[in-house]
Design a protein around this ligand. Structure first.
Ligand code: TLP
Length: 343
């Protein structure tokens, strides 16, 4: 049975061109800084983010953790959206590894207003309270539906943070989805942040890897943190080779994933017992609520019929479109959902 895998864009397989480049990439030892393929990728990645320097990390989670470590010290506080990946899905790494406390801020759509930023900053003159050192924004915002921050809103929130003396980290795991949706360069989005992490192994379909970017000084500190975390890798050019192909050939095609997600969401919204807020379906993530069947049971039933998805809670599901899913798969997925929900 052919399986349609909509659990995440992390499941996307590398393209044949990536696999070929991985085999032939010139290699060196990246902990010594002399892997030529990685160095080339870092140069291109830094340029795409409009930052001075970049570093390869094994995962988005490590990139965010290093972003926290570089921007805040033990005992200090980091402001984050209450549904952010950093707060929700990174196993308490900020606290466990960096000694940094996260102050969660609840938002309607993952987008923080300047006022919310200002109100979350602790008064500096009260010795009882931790120092607010940094803030992290997520764009696109995963748990809020793959939503894209309007550029002006991101700039306004970032200006508010900078004017309070905070450092700004951007979890840009899917920054290229945001860039394609907005029709701007990723650098324009990343300009709002001091440091940014983006993922190669989501919509860009690389097998492994994320990139942390910032100033030369940020990346110097980040290299030390990466070593401390055991994330320094040697002939990582085998992975960087795929990253170079991704940055050249996989960004523009994200529009196709967005269009497939939109078709999927529209089809789901018409099914009995499904609620899907189409205004949130702006990129490749489709969240929807089920009224008549528990989401875990629906997930199991889909899987039995060859459709893989992810349940978020008892009522909520997530489907994700990516390089391994085409328009025909979307129609087949809708047919499977219809069969289950109309039964
Ligand atoms: N997100 C995964 C799961 O962890 C939920 C997914 O399938 O969406 N930031 C954001 C916004 C993310 O969505 C993710 C992964 C990460 C960071 C972490 O990336 P990895 O999985 O490479 O550690």
């Amino acid at each position: 049975m052919a399986v349609i895998d909509l659990r995440s864009d992390t499941v996307a397989m590398p393209s044949p061109e990536m696999r070929q480049a991985m085999v032939t990439a010139p290699l060196g030892d990246d902990v010594f800084g002399d892997d030529p393929t990685t160095n080339k990728l870092l140069e291109v990645a830094a340029e795409r983010m409009g930052k001075a320097a970049a570093m390869f990390v094994p995962s988005g989670t490590m990139g965010n953790l290093i972003g926290i470590a570089v921007n805040a010290r033990s005992g200090e506080e980091l402001i984050a959206d209450a549904d952010s990946h950093a707060f929700y899905y990174e196993t308490g790494g900020a606290a466990a590894v960096c000694g940094v406390q996260i102050r969660p801020v609840a938002t309607e759509r993952g987008v923080m207003s300047p006022r919310q930023v200002e109100e979350a900053v602790r008064p500096r003159d009260d010795p009882h309270q931790p120092i607010t050192a940094a803030i992290t924004f997520e764009n696109t915002h995963n748990r809020h539906g793959g939503i894209v921050w309007p550029l002006e809103d991101l700039r306004a929130a970032s200006d508010a943070a900078h004017s309070q003396g905070l450092r700004v980290h951007l979890d840009g795991a899917r920054i290229f989805n945001a860039a394609v949706a907005l029709g701007v360069s990723a650098a324009k989005i990343a300009a709002a942040a001091d440091t940014v992490t983006f993922c190669l192994s989501k919509g860009l379909a690389c097998p492994v890897g994320s990139i942390f970017c910032g100033s030369e000084d940020d990346v110097d500190q980040a290299r030390r943190w990466r070593k401390r975390l055991g994330g320094g890798m040697r002939q990582v050019g085998v992975l960087a080779a795929a990253g170079l192909i991704a940055l050249d050939h996989m960004v523009d095609r994200l529009a196709e994933d967005h269009s497939n997600a939109h078709t999927l969401a529209e089809g789901l919204a018409e099914l009995p017992g499904v609620r899907c807020d189409l205004s949130r379906v702006q990129t490749n993530l489709v969240f929807f609520d089920l009224d008549t069947v528990p989401a875990p049971a629906f997930t199991d039933e889909c899987a039995r019929r060859g459709l893989l998805g992810d349940w978020v809670d008892q009522h909520r599901m997530r489907f994700v479109t990516h390089y391994g899913v085409d328009a025909e798969d979307v129609q087949s997925a809708l047919k499977i959902c219809e069969e289950i929900l109309s039964a």
